[in-house]
Design a protein around this ligand. Structure first.
Ligand SMILES: Nc1ncnc2c1ncn2[C@@H]1O[C@H](COP(=O)(O)OP(=O)(O)OP(=O)(O)O)[C@@H](O)[C@H]1O
Ligand SMILES: [Mg+2]
Length: 371
């Protein structure tokens, strides 16, 4: 089996380090603190949460709710209800007795997914009053659970786009009363997450412990990569690992993907194969990148190219940068920059501007060289 996992969590043996982060999350739960977990996209939040679940499943019922696709409060509650039904429904024994009270009090209907066979409940549509009451019923149900509960809302920033008024206040009011439940609110859109948790005027202001998930520590990642190649009777030398980590900015998903592809080639340390593997990955993604191009204006495209070519840019408004890439005035670069940051094509991270998608950034850079 390829040890470099590129989706989800496949067990501790395929997971690199994160010991400190796990300890911190575990301690927060044991001391009944709620946590806000944020990081760049694809840095490893969801897998870290799944790993935490493994660690504390004996002391707590760990329920994971991804609300990425929820567009309003009602859908969020529906996701929550389903996550709970799934969680308690997965142990067939005692399932009905455990959950049927909740289903009854919510006036919901129960069905089973044709393909997966998983139980699903459907809550009836209603006004905001009904939604508040549904949410209260669900939370009360978990409050009465005989085991402690860790309730994780992943992609929590989605609530900032809900059309209902006062969603944050409604959630905060209900959540803050909880004694048996602790929460992790996880998300990747920093601007949105900050608007929820660090704006003085907002209900969730300073209500949780913050945790920013950084890149995996360099030596830990190096050893992890080296050992996994070795275990598979393959070999990679230190400078090649350094190159991968540098190319991928140590951004977890990209490192994993690069290593996964290399491993599937039964890598024996040939540098040409390493470069060829990267080229293959970039080539495969090309249709996506051409589509990015269609979605950007000429000046946006030009600026993205300039940033990618540099790798990272400290002062995009400086005369030197503007001249080098033949950009317009600094005020127009500022406007373009703002629009690209908003789209999350570019990112301001650790005091420099970079192209968010690592492979896209490399593709732009290599194509600039090839052209
Ligand atoms: N510590 C780790 N060791 C090895 N692989 C990891 C580790 N953490 C994450 N990964 C892998 O990296 C990829 C991204 O992880 P994950 O989906 O957890 O990130 P995320 O921050 O939740 O991303 P998103 O913002 O897209 O939801 C996955 O393929 C996962 O398997
Ligand atoms: Mg995730």
């Amino acid at each position: 089996m390829n040890p470099f996992i590129v989706s989800g969590f496949a067990g501790s043996e395929f997971f690199c380090n994160r010991k400190q982060e796990l300890k911190k999350l575990k301690e927060a739960f044991q001391n009944r603190r709620n946590v806000t977990l944020f990081s760049l996209r694809r840095m490893g939040k969801s897998s870290l949460i799944k790993f935490l679940f493994e660690k504390i499943k004996r002391e707590a019922d760990c329920i994971y709710v991804d609300i990425y696709s929820a567009t309003n409060l009602e859908e969020m509650i529906q996701h929550l209800a389903n996550a709970i039904t799934n969680y308690y429904g997965s142990s067939v024994k005692g399932y009905l007795s455990k959950i049927s009270n909740l289903i009854r009090s919510l006036n919901a209907t129960l069905s089973y997914d044709d393909i997966t066979g998983r139980p699903e409940i459907k809550i009836g549509i209603g006004d905001i009053k009904k939604q508040k009451s549904d949410l209260n019923l669900i939370i009360e149900y978990l409050e009465k659970n005989n085991k402690r509960v860790l309730l994780v809302f992943d992609e929590f920033q989605a609530i900032t786009n809900f059309p209902e008024k006062n969603v944050e206040a409604i959630l905060r009011t209900i959540f803050q009363e909880c004694k048996n439940i602790n929460f992790i609110f996880s998300g990747s859109n920093l601007r949105m997450m900050q608007s929820i948790f660090s704006d003085k005027a907002k209900p969730f202001y300073q209500s949780t412990q913050y945790m920013h998930l950084e890149e995996i520590e360099k030596n830990e990642y190096k050893n992890f990569i080296k050992n996994n190649f070795k275990k598979g009777k393959q070999s990679i030398d230190d400078s090649q690992i350094d190159l991968i980590l540098e190319f991928c900015r140590r951004h977890t998903y990209y490192v994993q993907m690069f290593c996964n592809r290399l491993y599937s080639k039964e890598f024996k340390g040939n540098k040409e194969i390493l470069i060829k593997t990267l080229e293959e990955i970039l080539k495969e993604n090309e249709p996506v990148y051409f589509n990015y191009k269609n979605l950007l204006t000429d000046s946006q495209w030009k600026l993205v190219n300039a940033v990618a070519n540099e790798g990272s840019v400290k002062e995009p408004l400086s005369g030197v940068f503007i001249k080098k890439y033949n950009l317009k005035s600094s005020s127009s670069v500022q406007r373009t920059l703002d629009s690209l940051l908003k789209k999350e094509t570019l990112l301001f991270y650790k005091n420099v501007y970079i192209v968010y998608d690592v492979f896209f950034s490399l593709w732009l850079k290599f194509n600039a060289i090839l052209n």
